[in-house]
Write a protein that binds this ligand. Structure first.
Ligand SMILES: Cc1cc2nc3c(=O)[nH]c(=O)nc-3n(C[C@H](O)[C@H](O)[C@H](O)COP(=O)(O)OP(=O)(O)OC[C@H]3O[C@@H](n4cnc5c(N)ncnc54)[C@H](O)[C@@H]3O)c2cc1C
Length: 425
């Protein structure tokens, strides 16, 4: 029986913070209770700062509990593009930032004793077309030469040792990437931030932020609050409270199905090394086993921001995709489907800095498990006046041309563009 709900949430018990009164005055108001906001709040509260996390829904409600749990090396843009856009030196620092980000997730999970099945299982990228496989050799060479990072190329004939599918034309393995149960991690992060002294205010929708004497006034669904500084970590759910970010971030839907648990034998056959797997298309499939051996299979099946219609439609599309990759799963039941919003900036880069005096970390483009956790911490340290390594400082954060914050007007054109690229490239 298919449930329209997030499988990961069945593995956690939600901490109860609803009753926390809204403080009248704080040093820092953090908007958004996902990896970005909670990581920032934990760092700030640890330094003795008075922090309140303001979350419109419940903590972890956004993308942070809904994602694939892939903790990946690199950025959405490959090293070659990073060099072209930002030069060699900055590209090297940007790639290093992605490795630091994975270490941050691992360190927080260890320090806070968060049981979230963190595992350095590596990732496998699979070539949808022969030309994509040819590109892997060049990508591997660039990674080695330019940023000193080693990956392994797997030919089509060797690919069965990595994946029980005959669909792909070869692969690229990166052993540094990791897997995690994202809902357990985000709930653990919430508990850790609360333990360090941050106030957790769920059901607190921030409607407007206005400059005032010595800081900002926040108008929320639970009353008013004054904060000296504000950190915004609202990702693909950014709304009118942060108009400057809303014009720079477009939310794009991504969807996931989870099957019934597979037998140990079938699980080993389809993913012998238990990697985080994704393919080389623009409308990529990403998939992995869960710790209880379900196949979790995701993709940008409907592209539109998530709603009930798009989610149910996606279950069908993703099931067909899964059976195309793994015909041996034809008779396996799909038990869960859910979706969430990814946050894309116009330059497909994360951004971590300040606009109009408001701090933010945003624009993760599907790489947010590691980046949101890390950049939340980095921006918090900047707010504390501590020295940090942040190669994103100084990057322009472009507005999306002609975009007024309504994705429904822009996404059909983008969908067509990327569908065509998948056919042509
Ligand atoms: C289906 C899916 C699969 C993904 N898979 C992966 C993956 O495998 N690996 C990876 O690295 N990344 C993945 N991502 C991306 C990753 O999940 C996100 O980048 C990351 O979780 C962003 O974290 P965040 O804290 O910035 O935002 P979120 O977790 O989205 O939290 C933002 C919060 O802000 C709150 N909010 C918004 N506006 C307001 C307001 N005005 N007042 C109060 N609260 C507000 C929202 O309610 C929300 O809870 C995936 C995303 C999706 C949707």
């Amino acid at each position: 029986m298919l449930k329209e709900s997030n499988f990961w949430l069945t593995t956690v018990s939600q901490p109860e913070f609803l009753q926390t009164p809204l403080p009248e005055k704080v040093d820092v108001a953090v908007i958004g209770g996902g990896f970005s906001g909670l990581s920032a709040a934990r760092t700030l509260a640890k330094a003795g700062v008075k922090v309140a996390v303001l979350e419109a829904q419940t903590l972890g409600w956004g993308a942070s509990s809904r994602n694939g749990g892939m903790v990946l090396t690199g950025m959405k843009l490959g090293v070659e593009t990073l060099i072209k856009n930002y030069g060699r030196e900055r590209a090297r620092r940007l790639f290093a930032l992605s490795l630091d980000a994975i270490n941050t997730v691992e360190t927080i999970a260890r320090e806070e004793q968060i049981e979230c099945a963190f595992s350095r299982c590596g990732h496998l990228e699979t070539a949808w077309k022969p030309a994509h496989f040819d590109g892997y050799a060049r990508a591997a060479e660039m990674l080695h030469k330019e940023v000193g990072h080693t990956v392994k190329i797997v030919s089509k004939s060797e690919l069965r040792s990595e994946i029980g599918s005959g669909l792909y034309h070869g692969g690229l393995v990166d052993e540094t990437s990791a897997g995690i149960n994202p809902a357990q991690f985000v709930m653990g992060l919430a508990t850790a931030a609360s333990r360090t002294g941050a106030s957790m205010c769920e059901g607190t929708n921030v409607y407007a932020i206005t400059k005032s004497q010595g800081g900002f006034n926040l108008n929320t669904s639970r009353g008013k609050l004054h904060a000296e500084q504000v950190f915004i970590g609202t990702s693909g759910y950014t709304g009118r409270a942060a108009p400057a970010l809303q014009k720079r971030i477009i939310p794009i839907g991504s969807y996931i199905i989870a099957t019934q648990p597979l037998t140990g034998e079938l699980a080993r056959e389809i993913s012998p090394r238990n990697r985080m797997i994704f393919d080389s298309k623009h409308f990529l499939y990403y998939f992995r086993l869960t710790p209880d051996n379900r196949m979790l299979f995701g993709g940008r099946a409907a592209f539109m921001p998530e709603n009930t219609n798009s989610t149910l439609q996606s279950a069908d599309i993703l099931r067909k995709g899964m059976v195309q990759v793994y015909p041996q799963l034809k008779n396996i039941a799909v038990e869960y489907v859910w979706g969430g919003n990814l946050d894309f900036s116009f330059d497909i880069m994360p951004h971590a800095g300040q606009i109009d005096g408001l701090h933010h970390a945003i624009g993760y483009a599907g790489h947010g498990v590691a980046f949101a956790t890390h950049l939340g911490q980095i921006v918090a340290k900047q707010m504390l006046g501590q020295p940090v390594e942040n190669p994103l400082v100084g990057l322009p954060f472009p507005k999306i041309p002609l975009y007024n914050g309504n994705p429904l007007l822009h996404l059909p054109a983008a969908w067509l563009y990327y569908s065509l690229l998948d056919i042509i490239e």
